[in-house]
Design a protein around this ligand. Structure first.
Ligand SMILES: O=C(O)C1=C[C@@H](OP(=O)(O)O)[C@@H](O)[C@H](O)C1
Ligand SMILES: C=C(OP(=O)(O)O)C(=O)O
Length: 416
């Protein structure tokens, strides 16, 4: 698919899809709530549709495809479901580690076996009362999704759960999102140092509305930053959000994109003649999903990037740093790890980005690596020059209406 833009100020008004992270938590909690409840504004994401289907499926083999939260949340949930199921996924899912969650669940008494490779999906999960222990320590430095999976199950366990987080905590806002949703549905917790304590409780049924997706909003911030001037309204996004990716509205202030919060959502504004910063520096450990968006913006504007907190990106839908390095390299922009001997004093792993996207070779053809965020983060470069995306349907994972929404802003998305 080739995306292009005729030029001129960027204007438009849209409503984004619901957050898949919030929708998937609401679905999992609903499955644990006596009586159930209505969920409004459900995410259209494939990952969410898949979780909805798998939660009611009577099949022996449950295939999560490429959906990480779906896989991790079901790993915990299925431990208490009668029968034995094989929980599997895409080829990439079989390369995304699950051992930390499996070990934690086994400490509780879970009946889980690796069906192929030790430490990785697929898993054969049988029923267990999960009554061997109510204390677990878990490494928090790999994926917060393991922790969210355990937390949502915690109030339904015979004596609750005391979950101790070990080491650096990655993606903390997603853990807070889980705890906030549990609170919404009447389940309380408290922290004792690094330990989250959840006593046995019942989820209370309450109608629920899913917030619009701030991670998806990041692509519109990038479009605004890359435009000569922009005036965009996006409904359903609010400052007081459960999503850590809402931080995107602060990050883009550095690029001259300001956000006004209204009763309906946000209003993005970028005045003509705004100069981009020389350098953009950020630690993405709390918002890993918007790292690619900022990399593409910086490439388009020729802003030097200094990034940290990217250590979880290599186990996502693809190795995202490697993939961005290759694709931005097609435009003459370099992305590289700063040698550790140069960052010894800070102890931080930095990545640096240099160069301005050069389109002299014509329309670049970007590979998308089975990663929706590769397609969506690179598409905004179309404001500068037409860009072609391979396997454009990859966006369905979280945002099936992405191209339709781009066209409402005056971009053209043409099938090749
Ligand atoms: O819990 C969630 O909804 C998510 C947590 C994050 O994953 P990690 O905790 O693996 O970083 C994030 O990257 C993912 O898109 C969604
Ligand atoms: C990492 C992501 O998803 P998941 O881990 O749920 O596959 C994402 O949506 O960027």
């Amino acid at each position: 698919m080739t995306i292009s833009y005729p030029g001129g100020p960027l204007r438009g008004h849209l409503r984004l899809t619901g957050s898949k992270s919030i929708a998937n938590r609401a679905l999992l909690i609903r499955a644990l709530t006596p009586g159930g409840f209505a969920i409004h504004g459900m995410a259209a994401a494939d990952d969410t549709v898949r979780l909805q289907q798998l939660l009611v499926s009577g099949e022996d083999v449950l295939d999560c495809g490429p959906a990480g939260t779906t896989y991790r949340f079901l790993t915990g949930y299925l431990c208490r479901r009668r029968g034995t199921q094989l929980l599997t996924g895409s080829q990439r899912m079989k390369e995304r580690p699950i051992g930390i969650l499996v070990e934690a669940l086994r400490t509780l008494g879970a009946n889980i076996e690796y069906a192929e490779k030790e430490g990785y999906p697929p898993l054969r999960i049988g029923y267990s009362a999960l009554d061997r222990s109510d204390r677990v320590s878990i490494a928090a430095d790999t994926s917060s999704q393991y922790i969210s999976s355990l937390l949502m199950l915690a109030p339904t366990l015979p004596t609750g759960l005391k979950l101790t987080l070990e080491g650096e905590i990655v993606s903390l806002p997603y853990i807070k999102m889980t705890l906030a949703l549990m609170e919404y549905f009447g389940v309380h917790h408290h922290w004792e140092g690094q330990t989250i304590v959840v006593n046995p409780q019942y989820y209370q049924a309450r109608d629920f509305t899913v917030e619009a997706d701030w991670s998806a909003a990041s692509y519109y911030y990038s479009l605004a930053a890359l435009s000569e001037s922009a005036d965009l309204r996006i409904d359903g996004l609010f400052a007081d959000s459960l999503q850590g990716d809402a931080v995107v509205h602060k990050l883009y202030e550095e690029f001259g994109v300001t956000t006004t919060f209204t009763e309906k959502g946000i209003h993005l504004h970028k005045p003509a003649g705004t100069e981009p910063p020389a350098l953009f520096e950020h630690n993405f450990v709390e918002c890993p999903d918007i790292a690619q968006t900022l990399m593409a913006t910086c490439a388009g504007l020729g802003v030097q990037g200094l990034y940290s907190g990217l250590q979880t990106l290599f186990i996502k839908e693809t190795d995202r740093v490697k993939a961005m390095k290759t694709e931005l390299g097609k435009l003459g922009v370099s992305l590289y790890k700063i040698p550790s001997r140069m960052t010894e004093k800070t102890g931080i792993n930095y990545f640096a980005q240099e160069g301005r996207a050069d389109f002299a070779a014509g329309t670049p053809r970007f590979a998308t690596y089975h990663d929706h965020r590769m397609a969506m983060s690179l598409a905004p470069l179309a404001l500068l020059h037409p860009v072609a995306l391979e396997d454009p349907a990859v966006v369905n994972k979280s945002y099936p209406d992405f191209y339709r929404d781009l066209t409402t802003l005056g971009l053209t998305a043409r099938e090749d």
